[in-house]
Design a protein around this ligand. Structure first.
Ligand SMILES: NC(=O)C1=CN([C@@H]2O[C@H](COP(=O)(O)OP(=O)(O)OC[C@H]3O[C@@H](n4cnc5c(N)ncnc54)[C@H](O)[C@@H]3O)[C@@H](O)[C@H]2O)C=CC1
Ligand SMILES: O=C([O-])CC(=O)C(=O)O
Length: 327
């Protein structure tokens, strides 16, 4: 019997990330080649003409799995019965800005969208926030949706995770596909802590194989942390296709499972690792039957504790910065 189509809402549908993301969702890369999808696209009124143009192109692909498209500037229409909501729409940063500079500009958007999700979306909606600053935007959306389970709200750390995998594979001379058990902790910002102490390639410790603590501190962590800025510097625009790819990876793994493998996701803290409850913090997780489970019991050494504190302090100050908005 044909499967019921899954309703996937995407905000910022006229933007550069969406221009990669929407075609891949319609192609079945998100939910598998046996699952029809309905795209529910949101953007600002002045961008709807551009969304219409993107949808003309989507039509011209004749995707067999595409069961419908909704185009709207009303968040409640976009999120109506949504099973998945990928919140991309926000102002991106330009040269010289830090992601935190976007906090004020983007916070209000996520309050409105959280409230609209609360009202209109499926009670099981899986929300991924991509728009920066992603963790705190997810926090605002979650706090603005009191009738939805907090665990439904996640932020994208997967781009950092994928960047780290690629750097590690190159350094160690192993295939990306052989790497397991990488953790990216904290905020999607240069403070994130990509932690490969537990990572293995074909069962062998990557830390032992690389055996270069100076590289970890002085090259690897800054490269992963500042990759977004390096791409803006080189391209004049922030990363788009790689961000769309990471969004696909995040949601696909959440829905379809990771077979025991670790992925990094920003999720509301349950208090583990000393992160105050509700703060959206990047953690290693496994996914099964549509649920994620945080990997527990990882010991933090002195260096890890230092890095952990820096990224947590940043998130706590971002949360404080939006406290008034949430009253
Ligand atoms: N978490 C991550 O790893 C990454 C996050 N990003 C972030 O993703 C966001 C989007 O990036 P791009 O697609 O490159 O930007 P873009 O400027 O090309 O597109 C953004 C789109 O969002 C729309 N928009 C703005 N406010 C909106 C609202 N209230 N409701 C609906 N749509 C709205 C705009 O009209 C525009 O079409 C930025 O915040 C960027 O910093 C980018 C790369 C990676
Ligand atoms: O750096 C930016 O502004 C876009 C982004 O989040 C990334 O590429 O990681």
């Amino acid at each position: 019997m044909a499967k019921t189509p899954v309703r996937v809402a995407v905000t910022g549908a006229a933007g550069q990330i969406a221009y990669s993301l929407l075609f891949r969702i319609a192609n079945g890369d998100l939910l598998g080649k046996d699952t029809p999808v309905i795209l529910q696209l949101l953007d600002l009124p002045q961008a709807l003409n551009a969304v219409n143009g993107v949808v003309m192109e989507i039509d011209d692909c004749a995707f067999p799995l595409l069961a419908g498209v909704v185009i709207t500037d009303d968040p409640e229409v976009a999120f109506k019965d949504a099973d998945i909501a990928i919140l991309v729409g926000a102002r991106p940063r330009s040269k010289g800005m830090e992601r935190a500079d976007l906090l004020a500009a983007n916070a209000a958007i996520f309050k409105v969208q959280g409230a609209a999700l609360n009202k209109a979306a499926s009670r099981d909606v899986k929300v991924l926030v991509v728009g920066n600053p992603a963790n705190t935007n997810a926090y605002i959306a979650m706090k603005s949706a009191p009738d939805l389970p907090a665990k439904n709200f996640t932020a994208m750390l997967r781009l950092d995770h994928n960047r780290a995998l690629s750097q590690l594979a190159a350094k160690a001379g192993v295939a990306v596909s052989s790497l397991e058990k990488l953790a990216v902790w904290g905020n999607h910002s240069p403070t994130m802590y990509a932690d490969y102490r537990a990572t293995t390639a074909n069962g062998e410790s990557i830390k032992a194989k690389i055996n270069d603590e100076a590289w970890n501190r002085d090259t690897f962590l800054p490269t992963v942390g500042k990759r977004g800025a390096a791409i803006i510097e080189a391209r004049g625009l922030s990363s788009a296709a790689s961000a769309a790819n990471a969004a696909i990876d995040h949601v696909r793994d959440w829905v379809l499972g990771t077979n025991g493998g670790w992925v990094s996701m920003g999720v509301p803290s349950d208090g583990s690792y000393g992160v105050p409850e509700g703060i959206i913090f990047g953690v290693p997780a496994t996914c099964e039957n549509g649920e994620y489970t945080v990997v527990k019991g990882i010991e933090l050494d002195e260096f890890s504790k230092e890095r952990f504190k820096i990224t947590l302090d940043e998130l706590l100050s971002e949360a404080e910065g939006v406290a008034d908005l949430l009253k």
